[in-house]
Each structure stands twice: as C-alpha cells, then as structure tokens.
Ligand binder design. Structure first.
Ligand code: ZN
Length: 319
C-alpha cells in the first residue's frame, strides 16, 4: 500500500480519487500584505476557501494538489485551518517559485562546492520532518522556469529540487513556459540529475497547441500539466480542449493530468478584475465545461479516469 502525505496526514494513494493536480488555496504576496493589510480578513478568507473547496468536493473531486511554495505565499497554519473545514484532501508542496534570481536569503547561503545546497536541505526537511514546526509534510517539490529561461537562479532551484527528489523520492512539478519551449531545458537538467521522469509534471504544458513538442516531452516519460483550464486569456478554451483530445488520440492519456491553476483567493489581481478577464477560472469549470467538451471530442470515460485518477495516484506512489 502506497501512502501520500496530505495536510490531515498520510492517505492511501488508492483513496485519492479524482484529483486536480494544480490548484492553489491561497496565493498571497506575504510581505506586501504584512505592510498593507487592507482588504484581507483572515477568518473571512478561510471560511470562503472552505466553502469553495466543499463545493468542489460535492462535484466528485476528492483531492487537490497545491503547489504554493516560497514566492507564492505559503502559510501552512492557514492551510491547516482550511483543511480542518473540508473533506477534500489537500496535498502541499515544498520548493521555490522564481523566474529569475533566488531570494537574497539564499544568495549568501550556499551552494558549497559538491556539498548539498542548504536550500535542498530545507526542502528535504519539509518532506520528511514537517513544514514550519508543524507535523504537516510536503509530498512533492515545485519550482519554475518562465520566459527568461534557465537563469542561474532558476537552475539552482531546479537542481536543489532534483537533489531533494533523489534523497526522498518525492515527485516534482515544474512551472514551465511552453510558448518558449522551456520544457526542453528542464529535461536537460532532469536527465543530468538522473531524476525519475515518470514522477515529473511539466506544468502549464496545456498553454500550447504544439502537439509535436508535447509528444516529445511525453515520450521522454514526463507528465504534461494540462492545468490552466479557465485561463482562456492565455490560451482559448477550444484550443485547450482540442489539444487534450488530440493528445489522447495520439495515445498519451497516461501522460496528462488536468487542472485549472485556480485559487480560492489570489492577490495578484484586484478581485473585481478576475471575473472580467477569466470568467471561467474556478474549480468547477472542469466538471461544468471541460469534461463535457472532451467527451464531445471523443475522449472516453476511461481516458478521463486515467487523467484524473490513475495518473495522480501513480505520480504519488513511490516505487
Ligand atoms: Zn500555479
């Protein structure tokens, strides 16, 4: 029996059920909020998150995977409060989110020659001991690469993630920018670090319709994150759905996971703006719109089960 850590403790991976592989409970600019706290009511936001996650659970979703790490405002105490109010499993991450440099905190702390990067040790502690003095353990690793490409800071974080993966066996999720084909640069480092590619999600792959690029990454063994449904402002709905259907037709259902990259609350945008630029960007879009559209395009129930249940279970099951 394979077990995976959730906020409420270890769960049998067979019990994860329908899993959205990339959703955020909160994305917060912590230092800004600390200094300009207007507009944030802690209890109100926690209650609102519980409401939204319970509504998602009612739709048949049993688990969300939350890649909120340093750089995105991770606060495990707040997540524990939310998890206590919902039946949904919440799986949390360790790692660091940057498109360019590492935060100054890390700049003058390692890495030291061939020794373990102190950053990697922090990730390992989150995975094996618990996050910020709690008993909640991270179950996967998260980092990012975007338009600037493999900058020294981005490479340092990715290699620290790979080392923590090697040490603990925890799977990996990388935010990528598929319009500049950054998945390839990630693969080069993953291969050099001998990372198990079958336990890697290349996030936001669904932002592109470049089927040959996606096939190349899938053939390498990676999972493709078709995980921004609702962000039609980046890639239109028809393209997102069409790409998943086309990849299923090519035989890659076992290489894709589905999600929205939505949040109960994200402070990157003024709240009133989100419904205008991304009206479908919410947790229920998958069940209301995406799955019916996939079925219409010939995606079978068994392929949907593979993407929503089997692939997530496999990703979190250590071999
Ligand atoms: Zn995200």
């Amino acid at each position: 029996m394979a077990m995976v850590e959730t906020v409420r403790g270890p769960v049998d991976t067979d019990a994860l059920g329908t899993t959205l592989m990339h959703e955020h409970v909160f994305v917060r600019s912590e230092e800004v909020q600390l200094n300009y706290p207007a507009g944030w009511d802690e209890d109100e936001r926690v209650d609102d998150a519980i409401l939204k996650l319970n509504a998602l659970a009612k739709r048949g979703c049993q688990t969300i995977v939350d890649p909120t790490v340093i750089g995105l405002g991770r606060d495990i105490g707040r997540i524990i409060r939310v998890a206590d109010g919902t039946s949904l499993n919440i799986i949390v991450a360790t790692g660091l989110y940057t498109y360019n440099d590492v935060p100054f905190y890390f700049r003058y702390r390692g890495p030291h020659g061939d020794g373990l990067d102190p950053m990697a040790q922090l990730f390992i502690d989150d995975l094996t001991t618990g996050i910020a003095g709690t008993h909640v353990k991270a179950a996967f690793l998260k980092c990012a690469i975007d338009e600037p490409g493999m900058t020294p800071g981005v490479e340092r974080v990715l290699r620290a993630v790979c080392r923590a993966h090697a040490e603990t066996g925890a799977p990996v999720t990388v935010h990528t920018h598929p319009h500049s084909f950054t998945g390839r640069a990630v693969l080069d480092v993953l291969r050099a670090e001998k990372t198990d590619l079958s336990r890697v999600v290349l996030g936001h792959s669904g932002d592109t319709t470049a089927l040959d690029y996606l096939s190349e990454l899938a053939d390498a063994g990676c999972l493709l994150g078709m995980d921004r449904f609702g962000l039609d402002v980046i890639t239109p709905f028809e393209d997102r759905v069409g790409t998943v259907a086309a990849m299923c037709e090519r035989g890659y259902a076992d290489r894709m996971v589905l999600s929205h990259d939505a949040a109960c609350h994200i402070d990157w945008f003024p709240a009133e703006v989100i419904p205008r630029f991304a009206p479908a960007w919410n947790f229920e879009h998958m069940f209301d719109d995406v799955l019916p559209a996939l079925r219409e395009r010939g995606v079978t129930e068994s392929q949907i089960q593979t993407m929503l249940v089997d692939n997530p279970r496999r990703y979190f099951s250590r071999n």
